[in-house]
Design a protein around this ligand. Sequence first.
Ligand SMILES: [Zn+2]
Length: 247
Amino acid sequence: MEFKTFFNHGFYTEYTSDPAAEEGRIESVYDEIEPFSKIIIKGEADPEDILRVHDETHVASVKDEGLYEIAAIAAGCTIEAAKTGINEPSFALVRPPGHHASSGSSWGFCYFNNVAVAIEHLKFQKLIETAFVLDFDMHYGDGTENILGGKSYVSILNPASSDRNSYMKEIKSVVSKVNADIIAISAGFDNHVNDWGGLLYTEDYYEIGQMVKANRKKGVFAALEGGYNHDVIGKNALALMQGLCTD
Ligand SMILES: [Zn+2]
């Protein structure tokens, strides 16, 4: 099954000197998934979508850094992926990533919390009542927890197991009980064996996709977070999406 990917050519810009913005990174994912995906170009999130999640001081500081446009486009593409995700698995191929962005601050190569902006958009538009976030990036999604963790309609899993089998079991045991209208995957691939975390294999991302597919009640979308080895990040993203699209 062909899945839809939401993207903008502005992501090719090396907007900072951090590893998420590195030359060739977004291209490596694009090239891997493009044969299997319908690429849909989208633009900036509306300011009110960003301000539903972030305070004005933070938005102003992102503007001062000259990063508002690219961060708003990443949020906008994630909103569109989330809307499509209600009906079919979809992917937001975006940068900067978002899960370290809180309402009033951000770090770790993140500026706006793309997944939180997208979920809050769906909720505000009454397209969902409940949401679940699976964040399998190797780093804890503190920003997402800070923004959404206190909201009764959202539950979040950041798997914490440090060995591969336990990690996969942890995801399976939680995902099998999820009954949310939308499952948002904060898809960071920096826990791959050939990336920083050294824990998961490419087939594990496929299996995670299958687990979510098998247990989801309604929608699912994934948004790119971390992942810094250009040789494998695209293969891992494709594996996840193909797992989500298995029959
Ligand atoms: Zn990470």
